[in-house]
Design a protein around this ligand. Structure first.
Ligand code: ADP
Length: 487
């Protein structure tokens, strides 16, 4: 990994302010998805290390919680500055372990940093309430306190930003954190810890435990009574498992799970705007984001024109190693992901979809899937029900607004939804009717630190970013002050 900044490359876990190996000396490999080459070999932590990290986080809690909001704010703000000062280094690490193109990796670092900046500001605004009491000798006061030790479990698709937006909110209010990044992409999390330490985050306040036995680490994080909150981003299946495990000790949870985003194009849409929005919302990270469009639902009057224009744009991608400057789409995360996308395309074609473009594993290499456009998709196909997580556009057709909406909502998921129409009444009507936590109307750039990110239905609970995001990390305490006599 020669050009990478060696200060930021860590191969041990970060616990209680120290870089530590696993007790049994075990190690695991991190591979570059673009080539299969080894990027690094890391300490392979398990349940034992997770327990030590929890204990360190618990020990660090009283002093961190006792700091003034302004002190925590200043530390977080220094962290934000350091992340931005190292944007290029962090982006290169991200691309090496994750595969996304460098331009997107730089964007992710800035996006993750924006949450650290935001929560450094919100730290000072965790207000309580004074409520009129039912009796003259009492006062009702509501204060907000940190939930305590927070366990964070994050996925490989945004290894920097998913952790940054959880940790920043937790630390801002006075919680301490044990982070478990995905075993595919732990280096970005460890690099964040390096910069956190430099920013002045005290030992034990932010810990990173990485290992390839997610189940064992996850069991410890969800079972340990000292962990008071689990925040998770990942698949719905694992989210459900973690919720069950958390039930034993009644932990607070935030779950950001899978999506099945519809993208509706009405006959009255601005075609060029819809195509541009579709490209941005479908192909970021080679289609591997939870808010990526899964189903394009296109009204019959604009269907052919939209399909043709979209295919023209899709044809422009250049696949390759994300570290090369002319690459516009990188590989999928691993061979299993490629195989799953391939199966879903084959299933669709077997059930009547027509391939307008692409459709298979790319000649660039076995890690790459061709940007693909399928027309005549239908509700019987796996593509309608399951998250594709790859660069595949599937176009469904609808006649009326009601039919389109029914199709859009015909899913247990409810993360993001998008639609394009120039009719102002329809913008409100459809916006209100879509069952999703986030709706983009003539816009697909919906994720930013100022807005509440999160889903409904089986896409999860809780919100990240915005003024709402901080609420997930505080407990409400009501104090009733009695015996207050008149003068
Ligand atoms: P993806 O399909 O994006 O890999 P996962 O839900 O499998 O989604 O992974 C998201 C995060 O959850 C990763 O950090 C992964 O290591 C972790 N994970 C996977 N299985 C478990 C489990 N049984 N318990 C705890 N964490 C898990």
């Amino acid at each position: 990994m020669s050009p990478l900044n060696s200060k930021l490359i860590k191969t041990q876990c970060y616990m209680d302010g120290c870089w530590q190996d696993a007790a049994d000396g075990g190690r695991f490999e991190v591979l570059n998805p673009a080539s299969g080459e080894r990027v690094a070999e890391l300490a392979n932590a398990g349940a034992k290390e997770a327990k030590l990290a929890i204990e360190a986080a618990h020990a660090a809690l009283p002093a961190w919680r006792a700091k003034t909001a302004k002190e925590r704010s200043q530390i977080l703000h220094r962290w934000f500055r350091l992340v931005m000062d190292h944007q290029e280094d962090l982006a290169q690490i991200l691309t090496a372990e994750q595969g996304k193109v460098l331009a997107e990796a730089r964007g992710e670092i800035a996006y993750g940093a924006s949450y650290i900046e935001w929560f450094s500001e919100e730290a000072k605004r965790v207000y309580g309430d004074v409520i009129p009491a039912p009796a003259g000798d009492r006062r009702i006061v509501v204060i907000k306190q940190p939930v305590g030790v927070v366990a964070s479990i994050t996925p490989w698709n945004f290894p920097n930003a998913m952790l940054a937006r959880k940790a920043a909110a937790a630390l801002a209010v006075g919680c301490t954190v044990v982070a478990k990044p995905a075993s595919e992409t732990p280096l970005s999390a460890l690099a964040l810890a390096v910069l956190g330490e430099e920013a002045g985050i005290p030992p034990g306040v932010f810990n990173v435990v990485c290992g390839d036995d997610a189940e064992a680490i996850g069991r410890e994080l969800t079972a340990h009574p000292l962990v008071r909150k689990v925040t998770f981003t990942g698949s719905t299946a694992v989210g459900k498992l973690l919720l069950k495990q958390c039930a034993e000790t009644v932990k607070k949870t935030s779950m950001e799970l899978g999506g099945n985003a519809p993208f509706m194009v009405f006959d009255d849409a601005d075609l060029e705007a819809a195509v541009a929005g579709a490209m941005a919302a479908k192909f970021r990270n080679a289609g591997q984001t939870c808010v990526c469009v899964n189903r394009f639902l296109v009204q019959e009057g604009i269907y052919d024109a939209f399909a043709a224009r979209l295919a023209e744009e899709v044809a422009k991608f250049k696949l390759g190693n994300g570290a090369e400057s002319d690459t516009t789409m990188g590989p999928l995360i691993h061979g299993k992901a490629v195989a799953k996308v391939k199966e879903m395309v084959e299933d669709a074609v077997g059930k009547g979809a027509e391939v307008l473009m692409g459709g298979g594993v790319s000649a660039v290499g076995p890690e790459y899937f061709e940007p693909t456009v399928l027309i005549n998709a239908s509700a019987e196909m796996r593509i309608h029900a399951e998250e594709i997580f790859g660069p595949v556009v599937a176009l469904f057709r609808f006649k009326s607004e009601a039919e389109g909406l029914a199709l859009a909502n015909e899913t247990p998921f409810g993360l993001a939804a998008y639609f394009y129409t120039q009719d102002a009444s329809r913008q409100w009507r459809v916006g209100e009717a879509l069952e999703a936590g986030m709706v983009g109307i003539n816009e697909t750039g919906i994720s930013n630190e100022m807005a509440p990110f999160g889903g409904i239905k089986e896409s999860g609970s809780g919100r990240e970013g915005s003024k709402y995001g901080i609420e997930d990390y505080v407990e409400i305490k009501y104090m009733c002050m009695g015996g207050i006599s008149g003068s």
